[in-house]
Write a protein that binds this ligand. Sequence first.
Ligand code: C5P
Length: 234
Amino acid sequence: MRNPIIAALDVPTAERALQLAQQVAPAVGAFKIGMELFTAAGPDMVRQIRGTGVNVFLDLKFHDIPNTVAKAVAAAVRLDVQMLTVHASGGLEMLQAAEKAAEETAYEIGKSPPMVLGVTVLTSLDSNALSGIGLDPNVGRQVRRLANMANTAGLRGLVCSPLEVAELRQTLPRSMQLVTPGIRLSSSPADDQKRTLDPREALAAGANWLVIGRPIYGADNPRAAAEAIFESLQ
Ligand code: C5P
């Protein structure tokens, strides 16, 4: 089977990220680079991580006017990333601009377009927080609304919490790729994740990709940890 593990490189320096990536590369399907590492270490580090031959997921959650997001997406495509995130709450026009920029830039440089993933409602936001910013306080309804908007805009994937996967699977087209954090083996600590699924459960619920951070980079032997997670899926 294709390896669905996306190892989050949630480490503070380029040196540590590169060392971890080289160690773990044969055991994962992609690396996630988030805003801490990108802000500290920049585009060169993305190129170096991509140099391991593994797919890169650039998780910078773009949210701005459509023209600005389109340019940022184009720059990410030129860095040769295979997945990137935008906030679905940026609106239909912003999402369409992001997808168009991904497709056109990829065509220009002769690559396959990366998957532009829509982020619906951050799991740190509850009903109170949503009403505080004037949004529908029903989290599930807000997630569905934004997921449908992302689909209408032509996005091919979404980031969602493990608890949303099964429900979203029922309403979205089968081809929509669902990327899920909050993954824990029953033997590993939950850390600060409140709602987790184990890797098999998440795939059975309909996830396509599993974002896994601390259970891999926090392990004594990150490569062995990633291999054990992959084996648990067979
Ligand atoms: O260490 P852990 O496996 O909890 O890391 C999960 C990764 O997924 C982190 O990079 C975290 O920022 C990200 N994430 C998350 N929950 C969300 C969205 C993203 O844990 N709702």
